[in-house]
Design a protein. Sequence first.
Length: 275
Amino acid sequence: MSTTTSTDHGRPGAGSDGSNAELPAPSATAPSHAERCRTLAQKARSATLCTIARDPAGYPYGSLVTVAVDADGRPLLLLSALAEHTGNLKERPEASLLVAEPAEGRADPLALGRATLIGPCRPLDGAEAAAARTRFLAAHPRASYYVDFTDFAFYRLDPVSIRYVGGFGRMSWVDASDYAAAEPDPLAADAARILEHMNADHADAVLAYAKSLAGIKDATGATMIAVDRYGFELDVITPAGPKAARLAFPAAVSTSDEVRKVMVALVREARGRTA
């Protein structure tokens, strides 16, 4: 199953309400927004932490921090008492953390996925701090050089709500319980390598997916921009402008080898339709 959507925002010829005459097809099987947020958080190694400033009082203060997550997807931070954001948190724990998909050559940063996790951010101690230490150092081994400095401490942000934006027209508020229950995508660690391989070595197959399986007959070029356990997404070039398409796998996959086998079967299907 596939879906194609346009990036139009009411181009000339749209209806009086700004809508386009051609409605998008039903969505192909895709990760839930909670799953997408968990995957973004799991992959993130840096993020923007926003705290409430003491001076000038009340303004949002954004700063770059390194991050890891625990088993429930809660962000773990190793913060110095000398940092401005740490002083802010000691007065008011309300905070948010923005994690974003890396650009990796994408032309439009606003098309990238990002999630803002909102909740109190407080220091950990005892067993919780020890568990955070193990998690954080696994993600940031170089932090071992300063993790035991006396001015550093572990903090955890406990999400009460999450705002997800996956690009144009894909956004929602994600419930904290849904986020905690969701599983990160098992392909997250291999996704970039899979995309690079498909786009560099199998561009003809990617274009065939767009034309035959996504039904974009006038496609002149296509780039695979995302892959997950349920399927993959395409950025398709047409004479009328860019289009987005998603193709679902016949069944969920969990390894890069399973992806390879499915991609081979799909290109055979695509070429068979045009034979």
